[in-house]
Ligand binder design. Structure first.
Ligand code: ZN
Length: 512
């Protein structure tokens, strides 16, 4: 039996190893950020080698048998300090990371990294040439590899559940199916009433109320300045972070005091640029709000991707599309884009940013249809992982799913099953975290409103600090001390449930 002193010593050594792991993996994050922003195109090959080398080193360190022995020795310390203690949380996370790494042969990790790098190139080419056949053999290989990964990590689990658990610990495909069955009918009712074919459509006809307001000329250099000012007003600390133009909108947390956001702007698509950055600002506020004392330990992270996503969706939609938010920001926006908006009424602008319209594109979907896009991806990827859907049959299954759920069909696969890069990167089981993010966000926002009163009035005054302060204390500072379900229960008193999300949508789209 290890003594208490042995446990303390083992725990200290584990924390030192965890700090080293965190430093090395943040080097990979910085390389990733550079790849998104300033790296010349010619650097792609060398960058892939750098990232693969780091991934190999990290895997080697995480799977080392010594780590397993140290966790065993230190375990009684976590038990002694109690399930809510930092020691217990750190040991739980380290054990999870070690066991997963130890079950995965390095050969599989390297093969996956190599195939994903080439598959992503094939996917980009297929999308450009609008030709699924270019990507198909790589998708087949990727599915084979993630199935092997699932079997190695958790041979007793349904393979899809094993993958989902990587991103949302403890979540199952059955639970996601149940959520989707619950939200599908009310979302379709909202879409029927408020979409372009609905009774409540605006004067501008098929494109819905306010169409066109957001597609005027919004010079991108001014969009950049405006977004930066909004990010700062919401509480994103630009002394502890940056906002740059990148290939994709992203938030990459490098380490304490260094949270990097990337954005992409298009002159005639104000909304897609603006709300994508707001989304990343939400991720950034979460990362900046964690307890600096936890930095370098496993606790210094969100408990799940769904929980991290909840904060991006909360700031993007529940705050960023609210009446109070635009009461404060619309006059400022009109000053910056005077030519585009001089004659636009605030009400028309608010209607435009809340327009409901079935589209083929998930990333640009409104709040009502967004989860329907995710549900389609969940069904298809689960079928592929379970072997019920061959990669070759994906385009046809995609078209059928869009026709059934949204009443529209892509004219080619670039608009269809080639639009997202997740599968090319080997991310199967990731999409449901978007749905969970929406569900958690609404539950957390409703709890904030119960505690703080209607946040809208504060937003109208330009005050976002009360909400941010509440979120920091309740959600951001605890980091990964609790599981996502436990954190949600502590913050809202509830288990994950879609009622708050549906109520928020029904309130926003109620007949006036
Ligand atoms: Zn996100």
């Amino acid at each position: 039996m290890p003594t208490a002193a042995d446990a303390l010593k083992a725990h200290a050594e584990l924390l030192a190893l965890a700090r080293e792991h965190s430093l090395l993996s943040s080097c990979a994050d910085l390389l990733e950020w550079d790849g998104e922003t300033f790296m010349p195109r010619g650097g792609v090959g060398h960058r892939a080698e750098q990232l693969a080398a780091l991934a190999g080193v990290l895997h080697e360190k995480a799977s080392a048998p010594r780590v397993g022995r140290l966790i065993e020795k230190a375990w009684p310390l976590g038990v002694d300090r109690g399930p809510d203690s930092p020691e217990a949380a750190n040991l739980r996370e380290l054990k999870r990371r070690h066991e997963r790494a130890a079950r995965l042969p390095r050969r599989l990790i390297e093969e996956r990294a190599r195939v994903a790098a080439v598959a992503q190139q094939a996917w980009a080419q297929a999308r450009e040439e609008r030709d699924f056949a270019v990507f198909r053999p790589w998708l087949e290989k990727i599915v084979e590899l993630v199935r092997a990964e699932a079997a190695a990590i958790a041979p007793s689990l349904d393979p899809y559940d094993a993958l989902l658990d990587l991103y949302e610990p403890g979540m199952t495909g059955a639970e996601i199916s149940r959520l989707i069955a619950e939200i599908g009918p009310p979302l379709r009712t909202l879409l029927a009433a408020h979409g372009p074919f609905g009774k409540r459509r605006g004067r501008s006809g098929g494109a819905g109320p306010g169409a066109g307001v957001l597609e005027r000329e919004f010079p991108t250099d001014r969009q950049k300045l405006f977004v930066q000012a909004v990010a700062a007003s919401l509480g994103f600390d630009l002394e502890q972070g940056r906002l740059d133009v990148g290939q994709h909108p992203a938030c990459i947390a490098i380490g304490p005091g260094d949270t990097r956001l990337t954005a992409r702007y298009a002159e005639r698509q104000f909304a897609s640029g603006f709300f994508a950055v707001l989304h990343e600002v939400g991720h950034g506020l979460y990362d900046q709000g964690m307890d600096p004392a936890d930095a370098g330990t496993p606790m210094h992270d969100a408990p799940s991707l769904g929980m991290h996503e909840s904060q991006a969706r909360l700031w993007e939609n529940l705050v960023g599309r609210s009446r109070g938010f635009w009461k404060h920001f619309f006059p400022r926006l009109r000053n910056v884009f005077h030519e585009a908006l001089a004659r636009t009424k605030p009400e028309a602008f608010l209607a435009a940013v809340n327009r409901v319209q079935p589209t083929l594109n998930r990333a640009e979907a409104d709040e009502v249809t967004y989860n329907l896009h995710v549900a389609i991806r969940f069904d298809l990827e689960r079928s592929m992982v379970r072997g019920d859907l061959a990669a070759a049959d994906l385009p046809e299954a995609w078209r059928a799913a869009y026709a059934a759920a949204l009443g529209i069909e892509p004219s080619d696969d670039a608009e269809g099953c080639l639009q997202d890069g997740h599968w090319a990167a080997g991310l199967f089981g990731y999409f449901p975290t978007y749905l969970l993010g929406n569900v958690y966000a609404a539950q957390i926002y409703a709890a904030a409103a119960r505690d703080l009163g209607d946040p809208d009035a504060a937003f109208a005054r330009g005050d976002f600090s009360v909400l941010l302060g509440w979120l920091r204390e309740k959600v951001y500072r605890p980091g990964r001390r609790f599981s996502a379900a436990e954190l949600l229960r502590r913050v809202t008193g509830e288990a994950p449930a879609p009622a708050a999300m549906l109520a928020a949508l029904q309130a926003r789209y109620r007949p006036d």
